[in-house]
Design a protein around this ligand. Sequence first.
Ligand code: ADP
Ligand code: MG
Length: 236
Amino acid sequence: MRLELEDMNRLRLIGQMAAGVTHEVRNPMAVVRGYLQILQRKTPAEYAHYYKIVLEELDRAGGIIDDFLSLARAKREMNERRTLRSVVEELWPLLQADANLRGQTIRLEGGEEGEAMPMHPGEIKQLVLNLARNALEAMGDKGELVIAVEESEDGVRLRVRDNGPGISEETLERIKQPFFTTKKTGTGLGLALCIGIAERHGGTLTIDSAVGEGTEVRVDFVKSGKASEGRDGSRG
Ligand code: ADP
Ligand code: MG
């Protein structure tokens, strides 16, 4: 008992420190970014690509800080009862804009509103957004992203499917690890975060992928009270 309390306090302390550090580091980074952009405009074209790299790396560092903050946060209260679908719908305009910018399309599947579940809506939004962004980033400009919210035997299921390049067997083995990325400016923290969020909400994340066809990430949320049994984590 005593240990548990100490763990809780330690987690809270880490969370608070991470929040403080994030704030203190983010501010000077924003100043640096601003001045870099001014310099970029005043620099001969031959050096322009240096600025592009510097800015990208700065943003990458910023992304790592933000993701780390999310990872370090102590378990938050499941403070609302919402349907998964309502959260996805709330996010829809943002996803639509992201896709449109890249000339891609998105589609929402699954008809009914479904049952409300206890959740931290901010975290669920982050989960959906991370999975959707991965899909959009993987696809070319003819890509189609499908997000489905549907009833399952013992709860509700989220599916995020793309018709991108898919993931090779050897990459698939590593992508859930924090900091593993195949992107030039990736942080490799997106999926690790998603898994943490899914687990906190009684969910399991499964990835199915076929090279040349696409990828589907599924999160199965089990209604509390129902045991999860015989769930297979097979990949196609
Ligand atoms: P990041 O997006 O910063 O690279 P993630 O943890 O979100 O970090 O993803 C890790 C890696 O998993 C990506 O770099 C990519 O190689 C692979 N990946 C994730 N989602 C997809 C997808 N839908 N299609 C293809 N590859 C993917
Ligand atoms: Mg990602």
